[in-house]
Write a protein that binds this ligand. Structure first.
Ligand code: IDP
Ligand code: MG
Length: 156
């Protein structure tokens, strides 16, 4: 099972889209194992987006991400990282396909509603930036046996 970091960005929170976006992940069968509303500090934004520090959009991105509260989630599932990236859609709202979160809920290229880790290394790094130990929980869901076929001993 993989765990990925998802951030519902300030535009998603301000536009009242949290519930509808969370529902998509729950409907898919992914498990929310960590969740909190928080205001991202300058320092945390800089650490989170350090790979983008030299990009022309970096200053605006940090301003946006620190401007208003965000909802951060740890989301778990078999292949959760790639599944969440697919559900998010392309980076730019103007280009994201219908059926994706960015495609269905926004048109802006910089206010694009959601962040998701782009690989296992990023997921580990980003989860540790946003969640302290003990804030990401291990628990069994009542309906787990109907989410995955476990007859082969691993989730299919
Ligand atoms: P991703 O969020 O789809 O992984 P990245 O390329 O990692 O996309 O960029 C991080 C974030 O920076 C994007 O989600 C978006 O908010 C912002 N961003 C990326 N490229 C641009 C741009 O060309 N103009 C404005 N904002 C951008
Ligand atoms: Mg990225």
């Amino acid at each position: 099972m993989e765990t990925t970091l998802i951030i519902l960005k300030p535009d998603a929170v301000q536009r009242g889209l949290m519930g509808r976006i969370i529902s998509r992940f729950e409907d898919k069968g992914l498990q929310i194992v960590g969740c909190k509303l928080m205001q991202i500090s300058q320092d945390l934004a800089a650490q989170h987006y350090k790979d983008h520090a030299s990009k022309p959009f970096y200053a605006g991105l940090v301003r946006f991400m620190t401007s208003s509260p965000v909802l951060v989630m740890a989301i778990r599932g078999n292949g959760a990282i790639a599944i969440c990236r697919g559900m998010m859609g392309a980076t730019f709202g103007s280009k994201a396909a219908g059926g994706t979160i960015r495609g269905d809920f926004g048109v802006s290229n910089s206010f694009n509603l959601i962040h998701g880790s782009d690989g296992p290394e990023a997921a580990t790094r980003e989860l540790s930036l946003f969640f302290k130990s003990g804030e990401v929980l291990d628990f069994q869901r009542a309906g787990e046996a109907w989410i995955y076929d476990m007859s082969g001993g691993k989730p299919e």
